[in-house]
Ligand binder design. Structure first.
Ligand code: SF4
Length: 297
């Protein structure tokens, strides 16, 4: 049985950067609070907890003393920074620079009076941060079926959560254009007076992976997809792999592997989300070699 770890998977540079920032502080002071899970991967969190990281919620902020608080890659709304300042808490801002840029762009459009629409999941931390940069006025939609929340008579800008899928983003854009056109009953979209912009802010670290993952899934008999169950990007990539190879299985770690998956398999591919550490995929590989190689024969 040939087992390959997907070289195009694992931590994106934004997550690598966040973990490095956290490890540096943990090395210096041995203590750091992360506001929300630093990444959506319980195994990596456990590793960092052993070094002194503690995960806290917003409601814990008033009780924080003698340690810094890390803002994770997803970013936070402006309110969080104000609150920390009022409470005298020192923040370490590890927001991914890609997310910071989206926050800035959204804020500019919001300040100019645009109706801001965000394609994303309303409870996702990144989206909560983005909405905060519009004074909580942005409309969040996660599919074409929700676009009737939008007022098509207003000047509008469409943005995306960085980990959503491109095909749906462009389907939403097209449908908004159709609705605006119907509203104004004019010929082509270009002729319309209405001001509508679609800003594709899906991160290249994520979108570039679809195509390579599809090939990887086709080229292996079995795919083991390793990610935390809370990872939004993990869910999207797993579905992509599954659509190409029905023998794709989701695990958080090596303890969830099932010997039946490897029966008659000649090739096994191990892939993961942008929040999946490389060392974890290697550990899954080692377990398959040690425990399940015999099953395949
Ligand atoms: S996926 Fe992109 S936006 Fe998200 S943390 Fe990684 S680099 Fe940053």
């Amino acid at each position: 049985m040939k087992i390959t770890v997907d070289t195009n998977s694992g931590f994106c540079w934004g997550v690598v950067r966040t973990v490095e920032i956290a490890e540096q502080e943990l090395g210096d002071s041995g203590k750091l609070y992360s506001l929300g899970e630093i990444i959506h991967n319980p195994v990596e969190i456990e590793r960092l907890e052993e070094k002194g990281l503690k995960t806290i919620r917003h409601e814990d902020l008033p009780n924080i003393k003698n340690a810094k608080v890390l803002i994770r890659a997803h970013g936070e709304p402006p309110e969080t920074y104000r609150r920390a300042r009022d409470l005298g808490i020192e923040l370490i801002d590890a927001t991914c620079p890609v997310v910071t840029k989206v926050q800035e762009r959204i804020r500019k459009f919001s300040d100019k009076g645009y109706q801001v629409v965000i394609f994303g999941k309303k409870d996702h931390a990144e989206v909560i941060g983005l909405v905060g940069h519009t004074n909580n006025t942005a409309i969040v939609i996660k599919s074409v079926s929700e676009i009737d929340k939008i007022d098509f008579t207003k000047k509008t800008v469409l943005f995306s959560q960085t980990t959503m899928d491109k095909a749906t983003f462009y389907a939403i854009r097209d449908e908004i254009q159709v609705k605006i056109k119907a509203e104004f009953e004019v010929g082509t979209f270009e002729e319309m007076a209405i001001d509508f912009h679609a800003k594709d802010t899906i991160c290249g670290q994520v979108s570039g992976r679809d195509k390579k993952l599809r090939e990887f899934a086709q080229n292996n008999d079995v795919i083991i997809f390793v990610a935390g169950r809370m990872s939004s990007n993990g869910k999207v990539l797993y579905e992509i792999a599954k659509s190409e190879n029905s023998k794709t299985y989701f695990v958080e770690n090596e303890s969830e592997l099932n010997p039946e998956w490897f029966e008659h398999a000649e090739t096994v591919g191990i892939s993961g989300a942008t929040s999946t550490p490389q060392w974890l995929m290697e550990r899954v590989k080692k377990t398959i070699v040690e425990k399940f190689e015999a099953v395949a024969k």
